[in-house]
Design a binder for this molecule. Sequence first.
Ligand code: SAH
Length: 369
Amino acid sequence: MTGSLPLVFEPPKRAMPPTHLADLDPAGRRAAVTDLGLPTFRADQLARHYYGRFEADTAAMTDLPAAVRERLGAALLPALVTPVTELSCDDGATRKTLWAGYDGTRAESVLMGYPDRATVCVSSQAGCGMACPFCATGQGGLRRNLSTGEIVEQVRQAAAAVRDGVLGEPARLSNVVFMGMGEPLANYRRVVDAVRRITEPAPDGLGISARGVTVSTVGLVPAIERLTGEGLAVTLAVSLHTPDDELRDTLVPVNTRWKVAEVLTAARRYADVTGRRVSIEYALIRDVNDHPWRADLLGKLLAKHLTTRLVHVNLIPLNPTPGSEWDASPRPVQDEFVRRVQAAGVACTVRDTRGREIAAACGQLAADS
Ligand code: SAH
């Protein structure tokens, strides 16, 4: 890595939260229960409540003896994610939760209801060290990694809320996107463990289909390569934002370390091994990266590196962030950009910008309200 890079890959040393059931794999939770002097079947009983019924309050687990409930709850279900503020818009279909960790650390999650699905956007870090200049989270720097338990708890709470009808009719949480605060692949082990807990069927996990899970990255090449070998069928999203290295060096500063071509090569390997189409994210910024020639170059590069079969471009109209002069592109410019990418044979759609008025849209999470 170059010496002057203003990036923080390793967060400041901060204590991680206490161990939670969701930090543990099946063998680990049985060992933890044995350590408490309890028979191992209690571990699976607890896991069935937690993963199968989204229940984290042992007082409600009436098939456990009262004394056991307290011990298990204190040891394995500490309150890691405590909602502080909830804001909603879009008639209740977009809901942002600001929550506090056990140490007061703050982060945000966003729940979005659609006619055919319900999606939660989770944070993987408190803050972010990637310093992308158009992203509110990037401006505050990295506070600490979130634990696997903290990530899974965001999903478990969202799943319970959706089941209980917070989006209208009771429904099922179908999608989890790692597009909240933080760079998921900079917190690699904890994020991958969280993906396993989210996708494995109960009693080992929440049973959400891996096809409904998206991990979004700035393009940390070695971590993408590692993810390729995990045997997880999650969707990989790459925040490209421009096809040329010169501009990308400033929009996504980690590009000074791993160039566009390297990122796309790693993405192609991921697509080949998993069979999953890669999503390319592109925040369209007026007069910065919205030029017709960039659309042409993007289409050409993606068709070459990923093949049109294995890629999909998600354009995100830039969401305003405090203190930034940047703005979304005018509609005709956006339409022309889409047209040119599609002309290269590459699928391209514009993401709906949910939650702008409650600072819940892409790139607006700052955990400061
Ligand atoms: N660190 C990961 C996860 C964040 S995902 C990543 O960068 O991929 C959030 C997506 O929203 C990323 O593509 C990010 O670049 C994009 N984004 C950030 N700020 C934005 C803004 N102000 N408007 C629109 N999109 C933004």
